[in-house]
Write a protein that binds this ligand. Sequence first.
Ligand code: ADP
Length: 564
Amino acid sequence: ALFVALVTNNQADAVICFDQTGAVVYPRPTTAANTGSTWNDRALAAQLRDAQNAESFSPETAAASYANIAAQATNTDLAARALQGQARCFALSGKKEQALETLIGVLGQERFARATDEQGRVIVPNAELRALELLNNSTNSQTQAVLRKLKEQLTNYHTSSIPSAQRRFLMRELLRLFPNQVEFPTLPAEDLAARYLDAASPSQTEPVLKQAPLPDLWQFSSAHGRVLVLHHTDALLQRLASSVSPQLLPADLKLSLLPPGKVPDQALLSMLAGPLLPGWRLALDLKERHLFETAAEQRIALYVWSGTLVLLTVLVLALLVFRLIAKQLALTQLRNDLVANVTHELKTPLSSMRLLVDTLLASPQLNEKTAREYLDLIAKENVRLSRLIDNFLTFSRIERNKYTFRFASVKPSALVEASAAAVRDRFTSPGCSFKVESGPESPVVADSDAIVAALVNLLDNAYKYTGEEKRITLTAHAQNGHVRFAIADNGIGLSPRETRRIFKRFYQVDQRLSRGAGGCGLGLSIVQFIVKAHHGDIQVQSEPGKGSTFVISLPAAETNPSLN
Ligand code: ADP
């Protein structure tokens, strides 16, 4: 009863039960045969053996002999064995009906219920199996009745005395004969218990989980050693897991048990499972490990981003500091250049003026013609000095962002005229031809003073960088919504490389030449600044030795309302 209870409730894969002396009581061993003790019975037992020997060659005689033994025997085992033999003989001689009658009717009597054969097997169930084989028809009512009765005996663990080996044999035979009508859930447990008993000689052991002598099998003995339960590893793990109440653990945790030798691969914590499960380990782990990993990943991402951000901030700051320093350096450089240039450029006209004045003062009598000549020269130096100072002031205002333009609608011809007038005196000297085309009437929006200053600067350069025979022209044309002011000369010209650089501050192609001509390398940078402020554009076409043409292009008033 314990066997079937534990096995069907899935508390064990098999059970071995012992009596007080330690002998196995279940799986029920096959008991020794009982041949009867009276003198008569012993004689009949001898006759029974004779009949058995005669069975094969003379079934009829053997049948009669068996009937005689069955009638006389006082021992039910003996009688039942004789009846079993008689039925065999009937069957052998083709008397199926009589055989069935003996197997079911006669042996079915209550008094034979516990009778056993010489091997200790209970006779009735074997007789019933034989009857079923003879009936050979799974549907008729007699077959069903016998089958039901036999099934009932095989599944009855409470009162039946069938030895386990016989029970397993009969179960298997019924499964073979009636595969769709019978099932025996305890058969695997019976088989396992039998295999265990074959492999081991069980003795009472202490209540500790141990490896059984069969692979993948564990045994556990009860406190007094009367019951030994067997578990397959997988089933044991399931049973142990289901025996832990889930309420004992926080929802996110998972508790698992690991057999000896198995290492937890991911557990948060693992420890020995205690003295009852020697070598086993309890492992605690998170149910959803990825939650943990996701949290870790998020944290790593946070660190990486913070690091990147800090790095970027440092980089940006470094860049700003670098730019600031570069700007400071450039300013210092500019100041140095300016001081050097200004002093030098101012000194030249001043010293030549002083020389002229000193000469005049030192002469005891003033010759009017010479005096006039000298004064003329002094006036020229003066103009040159004023222009230089104008350029410096303009440049200084530009650098301090203080240069303000006063835009108004102006006719290009007025600008051309004003520029020409400013230089005409000098440009009418011998060896200099100066042509002016006063240009279109359509107005431009411009600061007249600034544009005139730009044009005069270009005219000055044309004058300065031309040889003895100077041919200079100043023209203005309307073209594609623009007014183009062109200043052309037949001077020394510029190489393409120089052309790209001349608009830089303080850049001079040939310093000696420029200084001699009274320049400081600021003129073109000022021109470019003014032109850009007018949303215009300046271009140079030049060829060394042949001359240069500077073209300032300003948007015509109708296309440039924004400057109003
Ligand atoms: P600078 O005061 O030296 O003339 P600019 O800025 O006006 O300074 O001109 C820069 C340089 O460009 C000059 O030093 C000169 O070498 C060159 N340059 C300017 N205009 C001409 C020109 N018309 N022909 C040849 N070279 C020129």
